[in-house]
Design a protein around this ligand. Structure first.
Ligand SMILES: Cc1ncc(COP(=O)(O)O)c(C=O)c1O
Length: 323
């Protein structure tokens, strides 16, 4: 990203891995995981994909569309308060893809999700439409393969672009992407240092989660090497919490869009990118020449943040006369 490098790089080259360009509606990091999850569902004879997430979940939208593409049914368990459940962005696409869904109030989520999953699994089984129950974000020992293979691809990207070593920065929410990239970098012995930028929880939580998810992946798949991972997470850009962004985050979205034609989202990618830029500025990456930001998608989440984005557009846009 030549212009972003000039503006925010402090002597480092900023690259972007466009996982937001994996399709038109099938975009983002979830597609890489669902490639393996979907194949598994077909191979094992499942007829339904069930998954869960926030009402504007990118993962739920991607699952709904993948299910339609594979001729499977999809049912979603969505977390929302009444006022959030407008049929826009990802939810609108879920509905277009024919997914059925139920909404759990945010306050009940922790208490009800497990029992809801148990009930749904049993209900789909007795109806003769067995369901593969996919956890939040598709982050499990199946989904992990998506970013192991993405790491391999990044290794080829390095060679093609004459980059000898790099930091890979990525938003982390349920740790699946971070786990796959960290594991893939280690497995293929790549000169990549993977840093997860947390959008919720904290660094300790993510480092532990990467380690436990990797341990269960190694246990499940004998083809995976039993290597110890050293996960690295930065958590200073979580801000007020999951889904809550500052005016500066929205302004960064507007700035990068006009600078590079790259559109980030306020829940994941913009927070991560903001955390990365503040680390660069603070000298955290001194000695590093190349930084690759993995754009994990999320564009449809923008449409439920219209007001904040309009403020940001006004504040980064110099007055234009006559328009
Ligand atoms: C756009 C986007 N980026 C990043 C993430 C985080 O990925 P993971 O859940 O694998 O940590 C998500 C997860 O929902 C996402 O939708």
């Amino acid at each position: 990203m030549a212009r972003a490098t000039e503006r925010w790089g402090y002597g480092k080259r900023l690259w972007i891995k466009r996982d937001d360009l994996t399709g038109s509606v099938l975009t983002g990091n979830k597609i890489r995981k669902l490639e393996f999850i979907g194949a598994y569902a077909l191979a094992k004879g499942y007829r339904t994909l069930v998954t869960c997430g926030g009402v504007q979940s990118n993962h739920c939208r991607a699952t709904a569309l993948v299910a339609a593409q594979l001729g499977l049914e999809c049912h979603l368990v969505l977390r929302a308060d009444e006022r959030d459940a407008a049929a826009t962005g990802n939810l609108l696409l879920d509905m277009l893809a024919g997914a059925t869904y139920e909404v759990l109030p945010a306050a009940e989520w922790g208490r009800q999700l497990k029992s809801t999953y148990r009930h749904l699994e049993e209900a789909f089984r007795t109806q003769g439409r067995p369901a593969l129950m996919i956890p939040t974000g598709g982050s499990d020992s199946l989904g992990v393969w998506g970013y192991i293979s993405a790491a391999e691809e990044l290794g080829r990207d390095l060679l093609e672009n004459d980059v000898t070593s790099a930091v890979v920065a990525v938003a982390t929410g349920s740790a699946g992407t971070q786990t796959g990239l960290t594991a893939g970098a280690a497995m293929f012995n790549l000169p990549l240092r993977v840093i997860g930028y947390a959008v919720c929880d904290d660094a300790t939580w993510f480092n532990r989660r990467v380690a436990t998810d990797w341990a269960s992946s190694v246990e499940r798949w004998p083809s995976l090497p039993n290597i110890a991972l050293v996960p690295e997470t930065r958590d200073h850009s979580v801000g007020a919490g999951y889904g809550l962004a500052n005016a500066s985050t929205y302004e960064l979205i507007a700035e990068l869009a006009r600078l590079e034609g790259v559109v980030l989202d306020p829940v994941y990618t913009a927070k991560a990118f903001e955390g990365l830029l503040s680390d660069i500025q603070a000298g955290f990456y001194d000695g590093v020449d190349d930084i690759i930001f993995v754009h994990t998608g999320g564009v449809f989440g923008l449409f439920s943040h219209q007001e904040e984005l309009m403020c940001a557009i006004r504040s980064v846009q110099p007055e234009r006369r006559g328009h």
